[in-house]
Design a protein around this ligand. Structure first.
Ligand code: SF4
Length: 72
């Protein structure tokens, strides 16, 4: 199993909560703009995290998930 590594640039994050919507087990919004996230989510969250990273309007989410998928 390969762990997912995840970094959110909180200076860039505007609290749009797209990531919270797409990966609620990884991202949590507290209040208006305080985003909490799991920096090492389970492998099963890979697709959710990938979708969340793609959906973030300000591209604040960086992951080490490769852009190619091997039959997933
Ligand atoms: S989608 Fe992007 S801007 Fe919105 S809360 Fe998540 S990291 Fe922040």
């Amino acid at each position: 199993m390969i762990d997912v590594k995840l970094v959110v640039d909180l200076n860039r994050c505007q609290g749009y909560a797209q990531c919270v919507f797409l990966a609620p087990d990884v991202f949590t919004l507290h209040g208006e703009e305080a985003l909490l996230y799991d920096a090492g989510p389970a492998d099963g969250e890979r697709d959710h995290v990938s979708q969340a990273a793609a959906a973030c309007p300000v591209h604040a989410i960086t992951t080490d998930i490769p852009t190619h998928h091997d039959g997933e």
